[in-house]
Design a protein around this ligand. Structure first.
Ligand code: RFL
Ligand code: PHB
Length: 389
């Protein structure tokens, strides 16, 4: 057998799984379609649950995270000029950490290099076979040559558009999906954050989010129609729209500047079951997508890795298959709770152009209840800081 575990995809899921497995003495190879520079150029997530921070510490990749990450004790949810402060620390005793996915990925690549693990970039046409045989087979093309590897297990960490999930016969997969009628336009700008904490803003003009990466780099978003393209949004148009959606006191102190990145992401909820198919396991975005409103995508990838690492160590080191038999059910239990939370946050905070009067009143009442009920705030805080693994 060439490797104990072949990992398809070198994003956060694949890298973190490889990091844990190699530290446990299990041999891996990562097959990644893109270049390292391309993987590191994706902006994406910004908020880590404390459980994710602890996982990264356990993986030995937290030196920079501990030095440069910004712990947040709470967040602001706003509805026009009404401000609802959700105090995570007081309500749950926990915090979250603001630290970009790009940084997490960079730290993981560096740690993998230091350990001397194998990461092959530029692979094409990955085909996964023999998942019900004694050894699984993974073939791929690189620089025009075809290669085949044998392994005990395959980890499908290749994101929503990867090949792993599609290797499971369609008739044996169950997919659940909700596509939302809008996207998020995000910009990065070298300006100071408008607020110490994130602002999730509902307004009559639609949703906006004020996030950050460091004291002089912000990540701001506005809800846009799915038909919009980044070229439709000049910086001026973005700032004008963003200001209209956040509370007036925040808009008055907002510092604007040129954007250094601008992109649009559609919003989707998606789960594919099961997460195990013979010798293959799905991890992270390969199996599930959440709308970014709850900041759960990367954090779910981390909890999947937690469950799968534990299961693979049991199977490969102790000959005990109970962990791999339970992986799908165990991970899905937590995934569905995060799905529910992300859906609820998305429904509560966005403008739905086609919504009827009743739906609009439900959204208003949800926000009014959140403003006046500590129990509702605690429920939100408990989910936002992350449910236990
Ligand atoms: P990734 O990051 O998509 O990585 C998959 C990797 O697999 C490679 N690949 C293949 N390799 C070989 N063969 C193939 N056939 C392949 N097909 C694909 C790809 O090149 C890629 O490198 O999935 P992974 O590792 O599961 O990580 C998931 C996270 O990236 C994702 O959940 C988060 O970014 C989601 N997300 C957020 N999550 C949070 O926890 N907190 C946040 O604040 C947050 N904000 C966000 C987000 C995602 C966003 N977008 C753009 C979707 C904000 C946004 C705007
Ligand atoms: C981000 O900083 O990119 C970010 C933060 C919180 C979210 C989504 C994205 O809910």
């Amino acid at each position: 057998m060439d490797h104990q575990v072949v990992i398809i995809g070198g994003g956060p899921s694949g890298l973190l799984l490889s990091q844990f497995l190699n530290r446990s003495g299990i041999s891996t190879i990562i097959l990644e379609r893109s270049s390292r520079d391309h993987v590191l150029s994706r902006i994406r997530a910004g908020v880590l649950e404390w459980g994710s921070v602890e996982m990264l510490r356990e993986a030995g990749v937290s030196a920079r995270l501990d030095a440069e990450g910004i712990p947040h004790d709470g967040t602001l949810i706003t509805d026009g000029d009404r401000e609802i402060h959700i105090d995570f620390k007081a309500l749950t005793g926990k915090q979250v950490m603001v630290y970009g996915q790009t940084e997490v990925t960079q730290d993981l690549y560096q740690a993998q290099d230091a350990m001397g693990t194998t990461i092959v970039h530029g692979v094409e046409d990955v085909v996964i076979d023999d998942l019900d045989a004694a050894e699984a087979r993974v073939s791929y093309t690189r620089d025009g040559a075809r290669h085949t590897l044998t392994c005990a297990y395959v980890a499908g960490c290749d994101g929503f558009h990867g090949v792993s999930r599609k290797t499971i016969p369609e008739a044996r997969r169950r997919e659940f999906e909700r596509v939302y009628p809008f996207g998020w336009l995000g910009i990065l700008s070298r300006t100071p954050p408008v607020n110490d904490e994130l602002i999730y803003a509902n307004s009559e003009h639609g949703f906006a989010l004020a996030s950050m990466r460091n004291p002089n780099l912000v990540r701001y978003y506005v809800q846009v129609p799915l038909s919009d393209r980044p070229e439709d949004w000049s910086d001026d148009r973005f700032w004008t729209e963003f200001k209209r959606r956040i509370p007036a006191d925040a808009a008055a102190r907002l510092v604007t500047g040129p954007s250094i990145e601008k992109s649009i992401a559609p919003l989707r909820s998606f789960v594919s079951e099961p997460l195990r198919w013979g010798r293959m396991f799905l991890v992270g975005d390969a199996a599930h997508i959440v709308p970014p409103t709850g900041a759960k995508g990367l954090n779910l990838a981390v909890s999947d890795v937690h469950y799968l690492h534990e299961a693979l160590v049991k199977a490969l080191k102790q000959g005990d298959d109970s962990g791999i038999d339970d992986y799908s059910a165990r991970a899905l239990d937590r995934i569905w709770k995060a799905m529910r939370f992300s859906w609820q946050m998305t429904m509560m905070l966005h403008r739905f152009d086609d919504e009827d009067g009743f739906a609009a009143q439900m959204r208003r009442a949800t926000l009014a209840h959140l403003a006046s009920s500590e129990a509702a705030q605690r429920d939100l805080a408990e989910n936002y800081v992350g449910l236990p693994f």
